[in-house]
Design a binder for this molecule. Structure first.
Ligand SMILES: Nc1nc2c(c(=O)[nH]1)N[C@H]1C(S)=C(S)[C@@H](COP(=O)(O)OP(=O)(O)OC[C@H]3O[C@@H](n4cnc5c(=O)[nH]c(N)nc54)[C@H](O)[C@@H]3O)O[C@H]1N2
Ligand SMILES: Nc1nc2c(c(=O)[nH]1)N[C@H]1C(S)=C(S)[C@@H](COP(=O)(O)OP(=O)(O)OC[C@H]3O[C@@H](n4cnc5c(=O)[nH]c(N)nc54)[C@H](O)[C@@H]3O)O[C@H]1N2
Ligand code: SF4
Ligand SMILES: [Mo]
Length: 921
């Protein structure tokens, strides 16, 4: 067995992973005990990484060969790399010649490695001469970038993870750390255990698992953060809690802000934010406690907003006003989403950034970059940002698009516009690792990339720590590394754009790219001239790390000097503005979207693992129980969720985490999982059919966290539920086939399930029964076509049932079924299959619509602990026998069921269940 040290490819915590392999196949993963981000821990996603890299998945879901589509309707045909990249260079150079450099765009990703990112940025800005290179980080971190630059002077998170151990107040705002940065949350739990006096404040419209952990929870109304922070500052001023010495020595601009927050009285702010005045006072006092240390952790609740930059800046104001920055346990710590959003920012890989935190607006900075790259100049005009780039493509202004390592046909807001853009663009290149994503459908050219486990390079996590990413297994089939694809393309494009000149892309290894990037940082705030691949292999390191340094800097601004012209930080005098699309009589609900615990974005990877669907098995829209009652809806009813841009059909679920007049949908549910339609009636799928492209004018980051929607019951009486266990090599192909049928139904969803075996669940609903052969097709795709299958059909009533039973030892097991027409038997037929219960007692009743189970079937229920497969009913019944305090009962649960003793991702939920039981008693 071989072991390779590398980094988790999911969230910005950036955990170290040790990969076990036999040299050809990845066989296991475990946390790297020496990695300073996680010290050996991994969350549900990290600890299941090896399942995403197994052979059946590689063979069925991976993109393995370059392919070209001759027309958008046709299937992609395999081509050689040489033909593919020759074609790409010809199409791009022709577009540039005929329409100018700004007629092409590169839309890339915070999941690329720094080396990949560097060459993409140089390709666009250095070779093509356009700043039209933007990334999904625009959807993610651009407000944080703009907020830091506006106040502290540079895009640098000043704190580190260890600060949670020194903080006396933790202000978590707009971040569901428990789900989105789980291993950091484990560290927060440890810190609280070690120091129970530490105060945790959470501000979030949703009562998340993170909010449950808080000593003070502020259930603010959507989008009201600036008012909250200004209100806190008002209280601090009133109560004499600001640090005038710090303000005088290290900042300017306080006067204007002080004048502004005068109007933000506790009474006014409490009303705007929907919280009590007492809660506001308490938050301000804890934050400003001069004897303590205050650390803020924040993420998309701030960034994904039409006032995202102002939310970030107004929060940083509080740290400057109280001197809570530049010391252990204090500071504004923006959590990065993607594993290498930071690296992308470092190489300047966004439409308005320049290499190594240089300023695109400064002629001398542009000249420095041009000199470094050996070109005459780099373009000065900021390029098109994500939303603008797709708008420009929809308008015909951008004609050729290169998309890498992101899936905009699911993750961008306002999908109707994005799909128009992808249809209109004359030439679309998609550089992907998986063939199953929505964007692949639009590619004229598909380029197969290597992915985690195969790639080589570096990433930077939230706390500025650079880690090596290393290959454990060889690249499969014809896949190539992202940097290598770009370099090969760039050299071909050079023959058109600068014939005869030496190449700008002389790289033969990722390290050679990285060395050039390193040089670009010399003398900058993120200087890494003291680092090398060899040094990083000893241990990951934080920047800055200058030549001669023996270690990086844990914290920034300890000397109170900021990277601004005069060394002082600036207060941001910003005003509160409400959400871009307020609720109104026609669209009376606030739709919020965000992360689920066990899924990653568009699920090209996590969506291949049945066990990661244990926690949230199917797409739902969550709403408050009182709103459901008011709308006369019951749990599980299908509803139309409709915004001004589109509509999706989803089952509703009552959730006490969601406040009245609000609704929540997981951001992961794209067209692969949910069907729907656009406002104009064309079929558009997934949650982002609903979201708004409105963005923050400063950061251009769209407002994913708020859209006004209406919710109406969907009258779809004809129902279908199909489930089957399938051989490993059939699961993904069955899902792909079933996905192609989703468009035939008013509602359809298709998800995997199963821990040790692979299963597929297909659900559909319609106004009336579809043609029989559609149902027969579904049966076939679920492996229910053969002769050994039991059937029942009642054409007149639109009913069909199909069952496949198999003998397992002395038991009969249900291996697959389709209930079409009436699915009321789901409550007992589904657990028979899913929990692999003996089915002999049920016999022909399985075929009888309306039949009830003769022997009660006890469903195992919803899975809470993914590692040990422990369900909510098991936990609740075990709790009956537990005693003592919350922590004691948690320990008893862990002792008897093992839940929460491995990755710990379910601990917040276990605690909630214990608390609920305690308060019921
Ligand atoms: N499991 C999992 N983890 C992930 C990811 C994933 O896909 N899955 N993705 C990673 C990425 S790229 C990112 S960017 C991060 C995102 O990490 P987070 O930002 O923590 O996650 P989200 O669920 O998007 O949103 C956070 C919270 O903001 C709240 N919110 C909504 N509106 C407002 C508001 O107006 N004010 C405030 N204060 N809060 C509001 C939401 O209710 C939500 O609970 O997660 C990373 N980690
Ligand atoms: N409604 C709503 N929408 C959102 C958000 C939200 O909160 N709500 N959050 C936004 C945020 S913060 C983010 S970060 C985006 C994320 O949105 P996306 O960027 O679309 O997310 P992923 O699904 O992770 O896309 C990464 C793609 O790269 C592919 N891939 C994996 N490894 C490699 C590789 O090594 N090379 C290449 N070339 N490809 C690879 C994967 O198969 C996947 O399709 O979503 C945004 N969209
Ligand atoms: S917290 Fe989980 S998803 Fe994030 S880096 Fe660590 S193991 Fe990966
Ligand atoms: Mo993100």
């Amino acid at each position: 067995m071989l072991e390779t040290r590398t980094t988790c490819p999911y969230c910005g915590v950036g955990c170290g992973v040790i990969v076990e392999s036999d040299g050809a196949q990845i066989t296991g993963v475990r946390g790297d005990p020496e990695h300073p981000a996680n010290f050996g821990r991994l969350c549900t996603k990290g600890s299941t990484l090896h399942h995403t890299a197994t052979r059946p998945i590689t063979l069925q879901a991976r993109l393995l060969h370059p392919a070209q589509r001759l027309s958008r309707q046709s299937a992609p045909q395999p081509v050689s790399w040489d033909a593919a990249l020759t074609l790409a260079a010809e199409r791009f150079s022709r577009t540039i010649r005929e329409h100018g450099a700004d007629a092409v765009g590169f839309y890339i990703s915070g999941q690329l490695l720094t080396e990949d990112y560097y060459v993409f940025n140089k390709l666009a800005k250095g070779l093509v001469g356009t700043n039209n290179v933007d990334t999904n980080s625009r959807l993610c971190m651009s407000s944080a970038v703009a907020g830091y630059k506006a106040t502290l002077g540079a895009d640098a998170p000043p704190a580190c993870y260890d600060d949670v151990n020194h903080a006396s107040t933790l202000f978590i705002t707009g971040s569901n750390t428990a789900f989105a940065h789980p291993i950091l949350f484990r560290r927060i739990e440890d810190a609280k255990r070690a120091n129970p006096a530490m105060k945790v404040i959470v501000a979030d419209p949703r009562r998340t698992e993170t909010a449950e952990f808080a000593d003070l929870y502020l259930p603010i109304l959507p989008g009201t953060d600036v008012a909250l922070y200004h209100g806190m500052l008002h209280v601090m001023l009133w109560e004499g809690l600001v640090d005038h010495a710090y303000i005088n020595a290290h900042t300017h601009g306080f006067e204007a802000l002080r004048n502004r927050v005068r109007d933000y009285t506790p009474k006014e702010v409490a009303k705007l934010c929907g919280i009590t005045e007492d809660a506001l006072l308490q938050a301000a006092r804890w934050f400003a406690d001069s004897k303590g240390r205050t650390l803020s952790l924040y993420c998309q609740g701030l960034n994904q907003s039409s006032s995202g930059t102002d939310k970030n800046a107004a929060l940083i104001n509080l740290h400057l006003a109280t001197g809570q920055i530049g010391k252990a346990g204090a500071g504004p710590f923006s959590l990065t989403g993607q594993p290498n959003a930071m690296g992308g920012r470092e190489v300047g890989g966004l439409a308005n950034l320049l290499s190594a935190h240089r300023d695109m607006g400064k002629a001398e900075h542009r000249a420095e970059v041009a000199r470094l790259w050996g070109v005459d100049d780099v373009p000065a005009k900021p390029g098109k940002t994500a939303v603008e780039m797709f708008e420009a493509a929809a308008d015909g202004e951008i004609k050729a698009l290169w998309i890498a390592c992101t899936n905009p046909a699911q993750s961008m807001p306002d999908q109707a516009a994005v799909h128009r853009a992808l249809e209109r663009a004359e030439f679309v290149v998609v550089q992907e690792a998986f063939s199953t994503t929505a964007t692949c459908r639009y590619a004229d050219l598909l380029l197969p990339a290597t992915t985690w486990g195969e790639k080589d390079g570096t990433v930077t996590n939230s706390e500025r720590r650079i880690s090596r990413v290393r290959p454990a297994v060889p690249k499969p089939a014809e896949t190539r590394h992202d940097w290598d694809i770009v370099v090969d393309f760039a050299r071909r494009l050079e023959r058109h754009l600068r014939p005869g000149l030496p190449t700008l892309f002389p790289y033969d290894t990722p390290e050679s790219v990285w060395v050039e990037h390193r040089e670009s940082t010399r003398g900058r705030d993120l200087d890494i001239t003291g680092l090398s691949y060899a040094r990083l292999e000893q241990s990951p390191a934080q920047w800055p790390f200058r030549e001669g340094d023996t270690q990086g800097k844990e914290r920034l601004y300890e000397d109170g000097i900021f990277p601004t012209a005069d060394g002082r930080a600036r207060f941001a005098d910003v005003s509160y503005a409400p959400v871009a699309e307020p609720r109104d009589a026609r669209y009376p609900f606030s739709l919020n979207t965000g992360r689920l615990r066990d899924q990653w974005h568009g699920m090209s990877r996590t969506g291949t693992i049945g066990r990661l669907f244990g926690h949230v098995p199917e797409p739902v829209v969550e709403m408050n129980a009182q709103d459901l009652a008011r709308l006369r809806l019951s749990e599980g009813d299908l509803v139309h969720v409709t915004s001004r841009r589109g509509s999706v059909v989803l089952p509703v679920r009552a959730s006490d985490q969601v406040a009245g007049t609000q609704a929540f949908i997981g951001m992961h549910w794209g067209e692969e999982f949910v069907s729907g339609s656009s406002a104009t009636g064309s079929r558009i799928h997934g949650v982002n059919a609903l979201t708004t492209p409105a963005y923050c004018p400063k950061s251009k980051q769209p407002e994913f966290k708020h859209a006004a929607v209406k919710v109406l019951k969907a009258e779809l009486p004809w129902r279908l539920l199909g489930m089957a266990w399938l051989p490993d090599d059939k699961v993904i192909s069955a899902r792909e086939q079933l996905k192609s049928l989703m468009g035939a139904f008013a509602y359809a969803s298709c998800v995997p399930f199963g821990r040790n075996r692979g299963g597929v669940l297909f659900r559909a609903a319609g106004y009336e029964a579809p043609p029989d052969d559609l149902v027969i097709q579904i049966e076939g795709m679920l492996g229910l076509g053969g002769a050994e299958v039991l059937h029942y059909a009642d054409k007149r009533r639109g009913q069909r049932r199909t069952m496949r039973l198999a003998q397992a030892g002395d038991q009969t097991r249900l291996e697959g079924f389709v209930l079409a027409g009436d699915t009321s038997a789901e409550s007992w037929v589904k657990p028979l299959l899913q929990d692999e219960l003996p089915a002999q007692a049920y016999g022909r009743l399985l075929l009888l619509p309306g039949a009830r189970a003769p022997v009660a079937v006890q469903a195992r229920g919803r899975q809470v602990c993914t590692c040990f497969n422990v369900t909510e009913p098991e936990i609740l019944s075990t709790l009956q026998g537990c005693e003592g305090s919350q922590d004691q009962q948690l320990a008893q649960l862990q002792g008897s069921l093992k839940c929460g003793t491995n990755c710990g991702s379910c601990i917040p939920e276990l605690k909630r269940l214990v608390r609920a039981q305690l308060s019921a008693a």
